[in-house]
Ligand binder design. Structure first.
Ligand code: PDD
Length: 285
């Protein structure tokens, strides 16, 4: 079955799913995106993803490309046409097509919209989670508006490749102050020796992950103590557990950072329990 993409009003086979060479997303990375998990054919926490999309668009002064209701239909239709039961749906909105000029195009230029969906192998994901992943640390070199889910991801791309080159699955950015900000495509968490769950506040320096927001509820339900504060790499090395969160990985145990085993070097009990419980607290729509 050929994959289908939604591109500016049409559902097209991938081979025909193209954007204009002067699309500002292509030329300037002038756009935003969302990635939403699909579980049992339902979108996971879609309302929160849509709210974050609207915020990202607003921060960049890009118009909402269509009504929220229409956008929700497009997301579902793309999932349906690709027969995705478990997987991901990707949505990208750029500032549209215009003659190349850094400044914004004329008011009224239509934003471009692309939606794709793909299936994920749940069994393989569970296998990865049962083994845990290795993380490396890299210097933070991103701009200071990483709270916007912009498609400009070059530092994240380079960080992820550095991780891959070293046999790891994720890279954690570390600021000049020695504090971890977040992963190249995930939020970073540790659990201290005395059982406190620590993650950086989402007001500055990180993307406010939807998985992160929902996990705060899971923590509460499990009676875990949360400390929303930055943590250093040294603290992470000495942590009892570590994990990352994202729509694509949900809660993923980290068993190694910069080659050092975390805790006993196996996925932590708390991270594993959080992963198991996560979808009881997420909204399937
Ligand atoms: N990444 N931080 C960054 C830099 C991210 O790119 C992501 C998500 C997150 C976690 O956000 P959420 O829980 O809402 O997925 C944090 C997506 C999945 C991606 O780029 O594929």
């Amino acid at each position: 079955m050929s994959r289908i993409a939604y591109v500016n009003g049409r559902y097209l086979p991938f081979a025909e799913a193209t954007v204009h060479v002067e699309d500002r997303g292509y030329q300037f990375s002038d756009g935003v995106y969302e990635v939403c998990e699909v579980k049992g054919g339902h979108l996971v926490d879609e309302p929160m993803h849509m709210r974050r999309l609207q915020r990202s668009l607003g921060e960049l002064k890009i118009a909402m490309p269509m009504s929220l209701a229409a956008l929700r239909v497009v997301l579902r239709e793309t999932v349906r046409r690709n027969r995705v039961c478990d997987g991901l749906v990707y949505l990208q909105v750029s500032r549209g097509v215009a003659r190349r000029d850094h400044a914004f195009p004329a008011t009224g230029t239509a934003p471009s919209v692309v939606v794709t969906a793909r299936s994920a192998d749940r069994t393989a994901a569970e296998r990865v989670a049962a083994a845990g992943i290795a993380v490396i640390t890299v210097p933070e070199n991103r701009w200071d508006r990483v709270d916007i889910k912009a498609i400009a991801l070059l530092p994240n791309v380079l960080a992820k490749q550095a991780a891959k080159d070293q046999g790891a699955k994720e890279a954690w950015f570390v600021g000049k102050d020695g504090y971890v900000t977040e992963g190249s495509s995930s939020n970073a968490w540790i659990i201290s020796r005395d059982g406190k769950v620590i993650t950086r506040p989402a007001d500055h320096g990180i993307l406010r992950g939807i998985t992160r927001t929902v996990l705060l509820k899971v923590l509460k339900s499990q009676g875990l103590e949360l400390e929303e504060r930055p943590f250093t790499v040294e603290e992470a090395y000495a942590a009892r557990e570590a994990f990352v969160t994202s729509a694509s990985q949900v809660v993923m145990p980290v068993v190694q950072i910069d080659g050092r085993p975390i805790g006993n070097g196996a996925p932590g009990l708390v991270a594993t329990a959080l992963r198991q419980d996560f979808h009881q607290h997420s909204e399937l729509v």
